[in-house]
Ligand binder design. Sequence first.
Ligand code: GLU
Length: 275
Amino acid sequence: MNPITRFAPSPTGDLHLGHVYAAKVAHDLARDGGGSFLLRQEDIDTGRVKPEFYRHIEEDLEWLGLRWDGEILLQSERRKAYDDTLEALKNMGLIYPCFCTRKDIQAALSAPHGSHAEIYSGTCRALSTQETSERIAVGEAHSWRFHAAKAAEIHGELSFHDLRFGKIRVDTSVNGDAVLARKDIGIAYHLAVVVDDHFQNITHVTRGEDLLGATHIHRQLQSILGFREPHYLHHTLVRDEYGTRLAKRDHAHSVRTLREQGCSPDEVLTMVKTS
Ligand code: GLU
């Protein structure tokens, strides 16, 4: 099977060395196996997306020689596919509306700080169908959350295979009932990425190890939706000289800055090779 990989940046900033590494991992895996390397612009967060970054991302990749195959997929043009999937999950009773504000969620957290600080306590899971219908009917703002435990009853034991970490058992407590449709934009990363990886026939999902936890919910969704299971590779993150992971606001490590300072594409690619 020839691998199909993708690089999926958000056009909310310029590419930095961390992105270069992510793009290179996906590119090389595809090219070494005689497969395809695809580009997807993850532009669902319309409040943060800026038009110039689409072009910057494409120009920087071309400059680096990391040429993608075929058309670029824009998540902003995939709304119908996401809505249809949300509808299917709704019909299966696997998502529920959540009216909690950020403040409610924070107040209900058992541990205010720490790794599980973001796990939702499940307040709205217990609401009756009548109450949720009434609140939706009067236009109360809500997100849609995944009923992770209920989904697990349907799919049973699940695991995923990571080329670096091996077999990992899916644990529904890693993400809790994650948001699949945000209050503000009506869609969320976890759902969009699963729908699009399936749509683009991605065989190997490569991304930073910071997203290893997210894969637990992605496998659940793939199983429930009858999607193929891709291989995973959660790679290391590029860090600065102090060991901090790079951020978009940190211009010192952006491809544009390095290019303006006279670096060649090979020099930039070498910087991520050794990190
Ligand atoms: N847009 C995501 C990011 O930039 C992609 C994550 C993924 O590869 O699933 O982190």
